[in-house]
Ligand binder design. Structure first.
Ligand code: PHE
Length: 337
């Protein structure tokens, strides 16, 4: 009798189980079969009434049934759990679409991209050098002798006696010339560091683009032509500019290029210190001493070099009056570009 009941319960259970659709159904089935007053408990109660010699076999059967039912229920339960977590990821097609925040290029990257593309059109290649430089490449080879006062033009973060964070991109000129023969026509963008008080006009880290063209018979007129062409492509044809004599140890003669102040359009204001002009870059003809340091024959080759600050170039183009804002990652600023 008990044996038949056991078989029937097994069949009923499998039938019930096949009708289970969700975790709640399953819980009902669990209670029905495994609950304290459930079907299987009742079968165990019937054991009391069977003949003593039949007890071991029937008991074993009942235990088997109970563990089989338990394991089937557990198995189905865990499949509901994993489906539930999958279900969370499944799309509800009635919901509005997710808005992906696609990032955009930082204004400095955009500015550099534009500078690069203008110079590439003019035949310049692009090279980069390390931010940690030797004193030799950053100063000495560029004709800043040790203890020369011109070193004070650029307050330096020294790492050790002979190494520093480069104060300008000009050392990449040295690296390039040491590794290739003329003609060399390249721009060299990168980050530079200066130990200066942080203010609206200067930051301890900024970006520069260096330019270098070395060949036989390169002239100052070509330097001017190249830079004017660059500036009018970058700022627009109606740009007003001027070149002023200046001094850099690694160029002779040296000059600085100014364009009309973007704020007052030339009439004079606080930003341009009432001059109506803003400096955008330094430049000049490569000093023969520099050629000697890289084993180029100064009798045979001439060249020009220039260097501009990318932040400054962008500030002038977009009317940004504080350099620090480039590095604050304020989304309200970044989103405008
Ligand atoms: N390296 C100079 C600076 O940082 C700029 C410069 C580059 C000037 C090349 C002349 C030639 O101020």
């Amino acid at each position: 009798m008990l044996a038949q009941n056991t078989d029937k319960v097994n069949i009923d259970f499998l039938k019930d189980l096949s009708g289970v659709k969700n975790a709640d159904d399953l819980e009902q089935i669990r209670i029905k079969y495994l609950g304290r007053n459930g079907v299987i408990s009742k079968l165990f109660n019937q054991l009391k009434h069977v003949a003593i010699e039949d007890k071991p076999a029937l008991g074993k059967n009942l235990n088997l049934l109970r563990s089989e039912v338990t394991s089937q229920i557990e198995k189905l339960k865990s499949s509901f759990v994993s489906q539930k977590s999958k279900g969370d990821l499944q799309m509800d097609l009635t919901l509005p679409g997710k808005k992906y925040q696609i990032g955009s290029k930082h204004i400095l990257t955009q500015t550099l991209d534009e500078i690069k593309s203008i110079f590439k059109e003019m035949g310049f290649s692009v090279h980069v050098g390390p931010e940690l430089e030797s004193d030799y490449n950053n100063f000495e080879a560029l004709n800043f002798p040790k203890n020369h006062p011109a070193r004070d033009m650029q307050d330096t973060f020294f790492i050790s006696k002979d190494f520093l964070l480069r104060t300008h991109t000009s050392p990449v000129q040295i690296r390039l010339m040491e590794n290739m023969k003329p003609p060399v026509r390249a721009i060299m963008p990168g980050r530079v560091y200066r130990n200066e008080a942080v203010s609206a006009r200067s930051f301890c880290m900024f970006h520069q683009v260096e330019g270098l063209y070395v060949d036989t018979d390169v002239t100052f007129a070509e330097l001017k032509g190249t830079l004017v062409s660059f500036a009018s492509q970058f700022y627009g044809e109606d740009l007003k500019y001027r070149f002023r004599p200046s001094y850099f140890p690694f160029t002779e003669p040296s000059a600085e290029m100014d364009i009309t102040c973007f704020i007052c359009k030339g009439s004079g204001c606080k930003i341009c210190k009432n001059t109506g002009w803003m400096e955008i870059l330094g430049c000049g003809m490569v000093d023969p001493n520099v050629f000697e340091n890289v084993n180029y024959d100064p009798e045979k080759y001439t060249g020009y070099a220039f260097g501009m600050g990318i932040e400054r170039i962008a500030m002038l183009k977009y009317g940004i009056t504080d350099i620090r804002i480039f590095f604050e990652n304020d989304i309200r600023f970044l989103k405008q570009f």
